[in-house]
Design a protein around this ligand. Structure first.
Ligand code: 13P
Length: 243
């Protein structure tokens, strides 16, 4: 038993669901990757590289620190580990990252086509835009640099040009929902574009209001994490009670 087994189980469970639902592009392959951050530790749990999800076990999930040094696990972590870690460094509100090869969002990735704000419940969940991160080869520094720059828009879903997607959130369950909302939006947007008719988007004022709510939610999460960090520091510095 390792010290991160409960977290590893969560990563494995979500990875298997994503795979079974076809979000990795095939139901039997090893594409895509999933990670979560252990709050207060800078420890990242991440799926191993090139291992099918249907044979993956709890022991296969890797644990690395922010310098990509191995904390636990025998397997080699995903080649996209630097992209996941860069995301946690840049976006303090984020504690879960999912990279998929889902079909409709991937279709937009080869059209280099961002998804505008189409529905209010989607915009309130994932922000005002699903933007495209410029292409760079999988696993390269160039790719994670492109991603890190794009994360400044404070949204929760991104299309990786000619590759797939990146969804980020406060935990794995919410991030799984963002994956679903992204696929729904991409599917509908593709169908709508295919008619050749103009696509209507949400009014600008509504989009601004909804995006402000997304940013306020992220700021509350950042403040919550900071409060807990300070509380942990105080506890670790507290003197031993004298008898
Ligand atoms: P890994 O198997 O190393 O996680 O890579 C899969 C992938 O999707 C690369 O972008």
């Amino acid at each position: 038993m390792g010290s991160y087994d409960d977290y590893k189980r969560r990563v494995l469970e979500i990875s298997r669901r994503l795979s079974a639902d076809g979000y990795f592009g095939s139901k039997s392959g090893s594409a895509g990757n999933v990670s979560m951050l252990v709050e207060g530790e800078n420890a990242v749990l991440i799926t191993p590289t090139r291992l099918q999800y249907d044979v993956m076990t709890v022991e296969d999930i890797c644990v690395v620190d922010f310098d990509l040094a191995r904390i636990e696990g025998e397997r080699k972590p995903s080649i996209e580990t630097p992209m996941h870690v860069a995301t946690y460094k840049v976006r303090a509100d984020v504690s879960a990252v999912i990279h998929t090869h889902q079909t409709y969002a991937s279709a937009l990735s080869v059209l280099n086509e961002p998804i505008p704000p189409l529905f209010d419940e989607v915009t309130l969940a994932i922000g005002n835009m699903i933007d495209v991160v410029p292409y760079a080869l999988s696993g390269t520094r160039e790719l994670h640099d492109h991603v890190a720059r794009k994360l400044a828009n404070r949204c929760h879903c991104y299309i990786l040009q000619n590759h797939g997607t990146l969804c980020i959130g406060t935990d794995l369950d919410k991030t799984f929902t963002f994956v679903e909302l992204l696929e729904k939006s991409a599917h509908i947007y593709m169908q709508a574009l295919a008619t050749g008719k103009p696509v209507t988007v949400l009014p600008e004022k509504t989009v601004a209001q909804l995006h402000a709510a997304v940013i306020a939610r992220q700021d509350r999460e950042i403040a919550r994490k900071e409060e807990r960090r300070i509380a942990r520091m105080k506890t670790s510095r507290a003197p031993e009670p004298s008898h």
